[in-house]
Design a protein around this ligand. Structure first.
Ligand code: PLP
Length: 252
């Protein structure tokens, strides 16, 4: 979907009822032009759904860009404290048949948030803009630092000018988010060694929390072509010097 021409061809060939995109994507950090995807989807009468979890509702407004439905895992930055499982769908068109169907399914299947989780979310969302601001600022600095590090082969982050999705991200987002992937020089063994040496970055699969996390993504998803030297990083709100120092000692 990050290839606009390919997405257009796919829409025209298959005439899909529903197009589901994720931007920026995890763990490749690929970027999809939401406005272009909306145009191609609507041209064949389809509905565009955007998983905007990595962008957060603070940094991107897919409904304003033409999406029909936006999905967020509230388990991630919206809650931000790694202690709630929740999700959000939003729309501009609450009378559309698809939205009626979603509401009916939620009602009948009972996927309704418990009051305690709802309360935790309300509390957490008070600091959502502040957390996202700090996390994004940290991520930009860390991405630049890692990109310039001699032990690093590449960094996937939409905020870096060499990233293929940089221009699209710049256009449709007000910041580049807290998720990045680092490809260390070497292979699996070198990546696992770095992950093992990191002390501040905890090893865990989630993302978007106040604490910085790393994950050797190939171990989690071995059959999807993820490079074995790729370390997925979720940047938290810690002091940037501590984050850089941790990578410096882990890479040396
Ligand atoms: C985590 C995640 C999900 C799934 O959300 P849960 O709240 O864990 O069920 C979906 N999309 C993206 C991009 C995610 O990061």
């Amino acid at each position: 979907a990050s290839d606009a021409a390919a997405l257009k061809t796919a829409c025209q060939t298959h005439r899909p009822t529903l197009v589901f995109i994720e931007t920026p994507s995890n763990p490749w950090l690929r970027t999809v032009d939401v406005a272009a995807a909306a145009q191609e989807t609507h041209a064949v009468g389809g509905t565009l759904v955007v998983d905007a979890t990595a962008a957060t509702p603070i940094l991107m407004k897919p409904l304003a860009l033409g999406a029909d439905i936006v999905m967020h895992s509230a388990t991630k930055a919206i809650n931000g404290h790694s202690d709630v499982l929740a999700g959000v769908l939003s729309t501009n068109a609450p009378t559309d048949p698809i939205w009626e169907a979603i509401k009916m399914d939620r009602h009948d299947a009972g996927a309704v948030l418990g009051p305690f989780e709802a309360w935790l979310l309300i509390r957490a969302m008070r600091t959502l803009p502040l957390r996202v601001e700090r996390m994004t600022e940290n991520a930009v600095t860390l991405a630049q630092y890692l990109h310039n590090h001699p032990q690093v082969e590449d960094v996937f982050y939409p905020g870096l000018p060499h990233h293929p999705g940089h221009e699209v991200a710049k256009q449709q987002m007000s910041g580049y988010g807290s998720l990045l992937s680092v490809l260390v020089k070497g292979g699996r063994a070198e990546a696992l060694k770095v992950v093992g040496k990191l002390q501040l970055f905890l090893r865990a699969t989630s993302l978007g929390g106040v604490e910085s996390l790393v994950e050797h993504r190939h171990t989690i998803e071995p059959y999807t072509g993820i490079p074995e030297n790729l370390i997925r990083v979720s940047v938290g709100i810690e002091h940037i010097d501590d984050l850089k120092d941790d990578w410096e000692q882990a890479l040396s």
